[in-house]
Design a protein around this ligand. Structure first.
Ligand code: ADP
Ligand code: ADP
Length: 226
């Protein structure tokens, strides 16, 4: 999925009534199959940018298009992985992963096959009947990844997906993510405050500056990848 962000601005109303500029006339084009990492200091608008692309927030000005279609409501073509995983605590791992597949209209049979496939892929076989509260942070993160990936979205938006994990687990999941990306060739956008992570993962790194929510530069590093 190709993304065109054309002079997009977004302000929020603070509690005091003051306006906060989260994004100030940002333009960016992401090609289909690209892996983009977005870095920058806290508060520079990284999450807001992902939410606008995901259709979770609307811009005040400018336009976001995915494959030439203006972004409206959230869609199953676009997967979103939130920082806090956003798993349903009252559903088991299987039920959490099944949720989007059901909405998408997958048959029971197909759902079972896909869930098994992604549980295996994520090393979660045997954890299917557990609840999120019974899992470690690393396992929850894998469930969130499985839930997003099994829908085979054309675009995957990830907001600091590895932030809460220890170094070893983070490295393992980073490697897994690259492997999935290499096989499925979807468009990936990943927000991180970890520059090393961005250097490892990205085709291009978008560096944002805090005042007032602009892109400072875009670093192409595609050639570094084997
Ligand atoms: P980042 O992800 O880079 O930390 P955000 O996109 O979360 O940045 O936020 C950009 C700016 O907008 C920050 O100043 C933040 O405080 C503000 N902001 C984000 N969401 C809201 C909101 N719902 N209401 C008010 N201000 C917000
Ligand atoms: P993973 O192995 O999934 O990457 P961790 O390295 O964080 O996850 O944890 C190692 C193992 O310890 C997990 O696979 C899991 O079996 C177990 N474990 C960790 N925390 C919990 C917990 N809160 N409840 C149940 N099992 C846990």
């Amino acid at each position: 999925m190709r993304i065109d962000i054309d002079r997009v601005s977004k302000t929020y109303q603070a509690g005091t009534g003051m306006k906060i500029t989260a994004l100030d006339s940002i333009s960016l084009r992401v090609d289909s199959g690209e892996f983009i990492c977005i870095v920058g200091p806290s508060g520079c608008g990284k999450s807001t940018l992902l939410k606008l692309i995901g259709g979770i927030e609307q811009p005040d000005a400018g336009a976001v298009r995915c494959d030439d279609v203006p972004v409206g409501a959230p869609s199953t073509d676009r997967g979103f992985i939130f920082q806090d995983y956003a798993l349903f605590p009252w559903l088991t791992v299987r039920q959490n992963i099944a949720f989007g597949l059901t909405i998408k209209g997958c048959s029971r049979q197909e759902r079972k096959l896909r869930i098994d496939e992604y549980l295996r892929f994520m090393g979660l076989t045997g954890a299917g009947s557990l609840y999120p509260g019974q899992l470690s942070g690393g396992m929850r993160q894998r469930v969130a990844l499985a839930r997003a990936l099994c829908l085979r979205p054309k675009l995957l938006l990830m907001d600091e997906p590895f932030a809460a994990l220890d170094v070893l687990l983070r490295q393992r999941l980073q490697e897994e993510l690259v492997r999935i990306w290499q096989t499925e060739r979807m468009t990936y956008l990943l927000v991180t405050h970890d520059v090393e992570e961005a250097l490892f993962l990205a085709d291009r790194i978008v560096i944002m500056s805090p005042h007032p929510g602009r892109i400072r530069s875009i670093l192409p590093i595609k050639l570094a990848r084997p």
